[in-house]
Design a protein around this ligand. Structure first.
Ligand code: KG4
Ligand code: ZN
Length: 328
């Protein structure tokens, strides 16, 4: 089954052609980072209007790169939330329109399920179940047990700032460009251990996360001005990676997961990748960085497996209609 997938949940307009949930024939991402940089964050209305401009060219490019036309497409997938409503509406409705116009099945795909399925785009044997998924993006830090395709139990999540949000806010405190995550990581690479000891918010007794106190500790450190920015970035990254890798490895052990699947933009972080590999008791899978940040290939992968289960979505489905990622 050849799926045309579309993603527009935040500030990336993306389209991809994916076969059987595993083989990427094309993956095109039009980033709006430069457009939002001067505002220090994504401006929702600017993002949705840019999606409108990008939508058709990006879809055309994805088809051209895959060397096919819409005649060769078997189903169309569009990203459902979480995400920015105005942004989601553009890609989601565009995907529905193509499906309707061509009489093809439509699959609304939960954005975080898409992130998890980036792990199916990696060559080699497929992930095995039960798998523990750590989804760390700009808006989410979730620990989810995946018992099979489309079967999730959300065990923990962020109570305030998501991991990516914490990276971005710390980036702003350190005067770095938006989005801060990759810049903080780069600056941390120039730093090293010092006498600075930032708190590790362990939240004992739960697998939830809370990073807002850590962010405030960074704010106070920056205000005191006692440490160079690279030392602050280094210690902040160590603290957040310590908590993410520590909780994930402990939960994998407790639940008897046979694999750990990492997903979302923060999974591109090299230190997080290293620490998860080092500490987890079972094999850890992490997609290549280009499939960690928002892209449509991951949406095509998730949709491919839903199709194989015989599922499709009604064209009347809402951008936030979901029960498939709830805490149980
Ligand atoms: O998954 P994603 O592309 O978009 C959302 O669904 O939110 O994640 C974006 C987030 C941003 O907060 C960005 O700063 C963060 O991922 N990020 C990183 C790195 N690359 C992207 N955070 C830390 N280290 C990185 N190398
Ligand atoms: Zn995302």
């Amino acid at each position: 089954m050849r799926v045309l997938a579309i993603e527009s949940s935040c500030d990336e307009t993306a389209a991809a052609v994916v076969v059987d949930g595993r083989t990427v024939e094309s993956s095109v991402v039009a980033s709006q980072v430069a457009l939002h940089a001067r505002y220090g964050g994504v401006v929702p209305e600017v993002a949705s209007r840019q999606h409108l401009r990008n939508f058709a060219p990006v879809v055309r490019q994805a088809l051209a790169q895959a060397g096919c036309s819409l005649d060769a497409i078997d189903a169309v997938a569009g990203t459902r939330g979480p995400g920015l409503a105005g942004s989601l509406l553009v890609g989601y409705n565009g995907a529905k329109a193509i499906a309707y116009g061509r009489g093809l099945p439509f699959l609304g795909t939960h954005h975080l399920e898409g992130h998890v399925y980036a792990n199916w785009l990696v060559e080699g044997p497929e992930p095995r179940f039960p798998a523990l998924c750590l989804v760390v993006s700009g808006g989410h830090s979730d620990l989810v047990l995946m018992r099979g395709h489309g079967r999730y139990e959300r065990i923990g999540g962020t109570r305030d700032d998501a991991a990516g949000e914490a990276f971005d806010k710390v980036g702003r405190l350190l005067g770095l460009p938006f989005p801060g995550g990759p810049h903080v990581a780069r600056l941390a690479g120039e730093g090293g251990p010092s006498t600075l000891a930032l708190p590790r918010p362990w939240m004992h007794g739960t697998f939830d996360f809370s990073f807002s106190g850590l962010k405030t500790a960074v704010l106070h450190t920056v205000q005191r001005g006692a440490y160079p920015a690279a030392a602050v970035a280094w210690e902040f990254q160590e603290a957040i990676v310590d908590v993410l890798a520590g909780k994930t490895s402990r939960l994998a052990r407790e639940l008897g997961a046979v694999e750990v699947l990492v997903a979302g933009g923060v999974a591109a972080n090299r230190r997080l990748r290293e620490e998860l590999q080092r500490r987890c008791p079972v094999p850890v899978r992490i997609p290549p960085p280009s499939y960690c940040t928002d892209n449509a290939a991951m949406i095509g992968a998730a949709a491919g497996y839903r199709l194989a289960l015989g599922q499709q979505s009604p064209l009347g489905e809402d951008i936030f209609s979901t029960n498939d990622w709830q805490r149980v």
